[in-house]
Write a protein that binds this ligand. Structure first.
Ligand code: PSU
Ligand code: MN
Length: 300
């Protein structure tokens, strides 16, 4: 049911490194045309570092692993593309529709294709106010059941970072911070929360993945890599923006699947695009890190 490009299939058959990339970040995470430029550039970075990129989406009802430039353009610009988490996969396939996959749905499709390493920007998690809304991203459920390494810059403080880390601990998901003792919060290198676990560099991370999965752990592994210092937006600057975006979300009564895309878009507006610059910079960095991890893992 899943369609791989020849390039991705051959690389997997030969045991060469492949890096999965998600598509909700393209269709619902960034504005056009920066989104398609980012998606194209990130595939190039993965290649430069010795791995094959495999951007994942559902197009015309077919789960696809590895996309063409035209596919990326469609995902970036066609308003009929829906946000697809795991629970949405059956419907979008049955309807023959276009869907951009979240971290959760991308992990599942990557795993079905045999890919072990996946690069994104930020993870979903426990939303602020989840004690009454019950809004906890299916990304966390998926991390507990699907053995894929997800490289991100941590989680945005649109979420409750402390509760997200607690939930990941409960679910038995290893959370490694790459080269730092503090968990990063996407735009900012710190969050006020200590790293649940620390790993230094791709070789140690690859050995940790191998240990997890050789042991038979069925969970994913979170690798959080802090945004580069030059592109960081300090926590005290971004926190007022995030509070404002959350207040606007409440006022408009937006919830469920629309909450995260609304917040991401509103933060770009409120920062006059500065948050987008940071977002693109951290995805580039994660692509380098993820490709190196995939290369190190394939060499074990
Ligand atoms: N967080 C970000 N950028 C993103 C997302 C989350 O900083 O683009 C996207 C990812 O695709 C993630 C999804 O899997 O939002 C989570 O959505 P929800 O909160 O509805 O589970
Ligand atoms: Mn949600």
């Amino acid at each position: 049911m899943i369609q791989l490009t020849d390039e991705v299939r051959t690389a997997l058959e030969e045991g060469r490194p492949v890096v999965a990339l998600e598509s909700t970040i393209i269709s619902h995470g960034m504005p056009y045309p920066q989104n398609v430029a980012m998606a194209t550039e990130v595939e190039g970075i993965v290649r430069e570092h010795g791995a094959v990129p495999a951007t994942i989406a559902v197009l015309g009802g077919v789960p696809r692993v590895g996309l063409s430039p035209d596919d990326l353009e469609l995902l970036a610009s066609d308003p009929s593309v829906v946000k697809v988490s795991v629970r949405d996969l059956p419907t979008v396939i049955a309807r023959g529709a276009h869907g951009a996959t979240t971290v959760a749905a991308t992990m599942r499709l990557a795993h079905l294709a045999g890919i072990r390493v996946f690069v994104t920007g930020g993870l979903g998690g426990v939303h602020r106010g989840a004690e009454t809304s019950f809004d906890v991203s299916a990304d966390l459920t998926e991390l507990s059941t699907t053995p894929v390494c997800v490289v991100s810059a941590g989680v945005k403080s649109i979420l409750d970072i402390g509760l997200t880390l607690e939930k990941l601990e409960t679910l038995g998901v290893p959370v490694l911070v790459d080269g730092a003792d503090e968990f990063p919060s996407f735009y900012s290198r710190g969050s006020g929360f200590p790293a649940p676990l620390r790993a230094d560099g791709p070789d140690e991370i690859a050995r940790t993945l191998d240990a997890a999965w050789s042991l038979g752990l069925t969970s994913g592994v979170v690798v959080a890599h802090p945004v580069p210092e030059a592109d960081e937006i300090p926590a005290d600057e971004i926190s007022a923006v995030i509070d404002r975006a959350l207040a606007d979300l409440d006022e408009r009564g937006i919830s469920g699947r629309d909450a995260t895309p609304y917040l991401l878009g509103r933060i770009v507006e409120l920062t006059d695009g500065r948050s987008l610059v940071a977002n693109i910079a951290l995805v580039r960095e994660n692509a380098r890190v993820g490709a190196r991890i995939a290369v190190a893992y394939a060499a074990l």
